[in-house]
Unconditional design. Sequence first.
Length: 301
Amino acid sequence: MMKKLLSTSLIFLALQGCATMDTPANWQPATLLNSHEQIIHSAWTNKDYLVQVATIGKKPKNGYPVVYVLDGNAFFAPSSSIAQMLHGRPNQAHPKSFLVVGIGYTTKRLFDIPNRTHDYTPPSHTYPAPKGEQTMFGGAEHFYQFITHELTPRLDKDFGINAHHRTLWGHSYGGLFGLYALFNHPKSFDNYVIASPSIWWNHKSIYQHQDNFSPTPNINRILITLGEQELTAHHRNPDAPTSTLTDADAYVLYQFLHNKLPNAHVNFALNQAHSHGLNAYPSLIQGLTLAYTICQADRLC
């Protein structure tokens, strides 16, 4: 047993040395303000997730309003910084607190292509042929169950969550997952920020789920965003979108939700001069601001 522990320790030290080989000795790893993280294993997906949490401000009486940010490896840091800026703006009589939750993977890359592809894509009768790192599809339901039945109860126990202020933010495939959650489990989140959703995926099979959509009164705000340059991004979309905004899939979906949810605030934003990838960043500002503004208007938040 001692030999095994020693061997494991040596492997860890070797890996640690490799990780810091190019780092000058007088520099230390950076940390994010008011942030915490842990790896959580999901029985639903049988995967490990890197969950990062930023607690912005003191815990409110009714719990923190929470923003779930998908692709946390890439987007947790900027989203927590945006939340800090919103909370710390001068001349606010009553700044609102936030819980920003980044859901990522145990990878050193910004995007874990195989796992995000599986987790964020909706179940379907048929799937595209595997291509590159995208080999598994259709895990959105299990990933949803992980968020609602494993992650959220733990966050509520450890930090406290306001059950009436839950925002889901996702970009690209993450936006596709946001649509899946909205169409199949609308009660689970109160606000949806759907940035550059990959509606084209699998011959637009997300529309099969749209047919089952039954609005619930908890839905407060929905924001759909698109980068202007996506209108002519023929290189990434096999069903290449038209250059006319009104015919773009995301805008058509916005119109559907706007008509379907007359009592909710459904908005669309076309972010000028932004590509598909870069549209994530103005969408983060728009999404965090949306959640903050909603909280400001509610004295119980």
